[in-house]
Each structure stands twice: as C-alpha cells, then as structure tokens.
Design a protein around this ligand. Structure first.
Ligand SMILES: [Zn+2]
Length: 335
C-alpha cells in the first residue's frame, strides 16, 4: 500500500485508454497521497510500439505542450500499432516548474535504473526501465534545455554498439526533419532514459527543442513536425496529425558528436559570463567563447574562455551569473 508503483492502463486492449502511473508517497498535507502521472495509451492491432514522453525535466515545455495536444488529437482509428503518451512524466517537477522533483530533490534523468523501494523518482525510474520500456520498440524522450539553458533544436541518440540498431536509429533521426542531430556517448550504464531504453531492449531517441523555460511558435512547430514524421516513419500513421507541422528542414541531417568534456566550457569561479558567440554559431578551436567577469573587483580584467574544439554551439547557459563548475557552452563536433 505504501510502496511500489501502480499502473491502471491496459497494455493489451485495443482502443484509447487514459489512466495513471501512481506512486504512493506520504506527505504532511496528505498521509496516503499518491503522485498521479497521467498516461494515454492508444492501440489498434499490431504494429510498431512507440512510447512518447515529456516532462522528464519539469521546466521543459515543448514536449509537455505537444504531447498534451497529441492526446486530444490522436484516436485509435488514426494508427496501426501502439502509442503510449506521457506528457508530464515527472509530475511533481512539472507542477513546481523545476528540473528536479521537489519531493525528493532527484533529477529523474539521473535515477535510472532506479530502485523499486526508493524515493518517488527512483521508483518511477525503476518502473519505466523494468516494466514500461520493455513493452515498447521505440522510446522518444523529449527535452528542451531547461530554465537556465538554451539549446539548438536537435534530435539525439546514444551511440549504439550494434550496426543494425545504429542504422535503425539514424534512419529515425533523419526522418524527424531537423537540421541537426547529435550522438552522445554516455555508455550502456548511463543513469538516463536513453541508457534505460538500451538496457530494456528498445531504441532510444531524444531531442532538445528549445530552452529557457519558454517556447516559441517555431520550436513548437518543429517538435510537432518531428513527432508527425516519427509516427509516419514507424508506419503508425499514414498522414500528418498536427495541421501546422510544416516546419521541416529538407536538407540532410547534420550529425554532431558530443563525447568529450573538452567540448564544454565551464566557469572557473563565481562570475558573470558575457558570451561572444550564440547558439548555432560555427566556432574554431582557440576562438573566444566569451568572458568571465568578476564584479567584486574593479581592477580585475575579464578572463577570456576559449573553445578547445571546433564545431557548432549546441547549448548555452542563459543566466549571466554563474558559479564554479557551471557549464556555459557546449560545442557539437561534426560526426
Ligand atoms: Zn531535459
């Protein structure tokens, strides 16, 4: 009664079903409280099995808005196969407009493979990796930088060991219709949803579609197009569902790689960062990324921070104020 995870959505019945992942967690306001994470599942016969999820980080909104819209748009008669939609995966973090859950201060995307008797985020991660992910062929976990980070719209996946999976993943990444994608190299033990998807035997896809805790019409339409294109590529649908989703890039996907800490610029001390370049800019090794100012001393010259590798700026810290260890920029290197 006071542990585990409950799930009331049928996995094997055709039709459109709504329910919850429920996580019992006793709190001051409510001794027998259950965290309720809404789930919509749509099944029509046999076909690809796709899990779409957003709100892994609560303050990343493109996925939350688009998947909430998709729940209303998608009917069983529209598909051949199975689509599970979770628009607000880490519901306590979504409600708090935060990256991490305020109930246990955990970042869900660092909790995998989870713990069946752990804190709410760890129990949720355990349920996803061991119960829900294995019931799907493809997992698309949608991100958007977060309140303090802006991100170049990119699709992404983890590097695969097997040639067949690499080809399948690259085909799906290309089909989604963005200009940029990147391949991360966090390994099979990664505590992330993509590590969990690989361990569960599913193809893991992710993406960053914006940032700053904000959305724009362009980032929303880009994600809608990516979702439509993914549904079509998996032959789940045979037409586009989002009527305005025409924000496709028609050139070949430019694949970047993020595999080394040398591709990031970190703050060396408490300071104020003035960027010299912006998201999407092409940069060279040795080029100035920006200047770290010290407001506590008028005599101190700002320190220039330089890129160690050439590539495309894929993310940037949005807050000027920074601490020792804050990541200020990341560069994706052409794959
Ligand atoms: Zn995120």
């Amino acid at each position: 009664m006071h542990t585990g995870v409950l799930f009331d959505v049928p996995l094997n019945e055709d039709g459109k079903h709504k329910g919850f992942i429920s996580i019992p967690f006793s709190i001051d306001r409510s001794p027998y409280y259950q965290i309720k994470i809404p789930v919509c599942r749509i099944k029509n016969g046999k076909g690809s099995r796709l899990l779409l999820m957003a709100g892994n980080h609560g303050d990343e909104y493109e996925g939350e808005l688009c998947l909430n819209k998709l729940v209303r748009l998608l009917q069983a008669s529209d598909i051949q196969g199975e689509v599970t939609i979770i628009p607000f995966l880490n519901m306590p973090a979504v409600m708090a407009a935060k990256r991490c859950s305020p109930l246990d201060n955990e970042n869900l995307n660092r909790c995998f493979p989870g713990d069946a008797s752990g804190s709410p985020s760890k129990r949720l991660a355990h349920f996803l990796e061991h119960a829900l992910f294995p019931q799907h062929d493809v997992i698309f976990d949608i991100h958007s930088g977060g309140t303090t980070m802006g991100h170049l719209p990119t699709v992404l996946a983890e590097e695969q060991q097997c040639v067949e999976k690499t080809e399948k993943i690259n085909t799906l990444l290309r089909a989604m219709g963005l200009e940029y994608g990147f391949i991360a190299k966090n390994g099979i033990d990664a505590p992330t949803s993509m590590g969990a998807a690989a361990r569960a035997g599913a193809l893991g896809l992710s993406g960053e579609f914006g940032g700053g805790g904000a959305v724009t019409p362009t980032t929303l339409r880009t994600l809608e197009a990516a979702i439509d294109n993914l549904l079509l590529a998996l032959q789940l649908t045979d037409r586009k569902l989002f009527t305005e989703s025409n924000h496709c890039y028609h050139g070949p996907l430019k694949l970047l790689r993020l595999s080394s800490h040398d591709q990031s610029i970190f703050s060396h001390h408490r300071g104020w960062f003035e960027p010299a370049v912006d998201i999407g800019d092409q940069v060279q090794a040795g080029q100035t990324a920006g200047w770290l100012h010290d407001f506590s001393d008028l005599e101190t010259e700002p320190k220039a921070l330089r890129f160690k590798q050439a590539g495309v700026v894929i993310s940037k810290r949005l807050n000027v104020d920074c601490e020792l260890g804050d990541c200020l920029m990341q560069v994706g290197v052409p794959d």
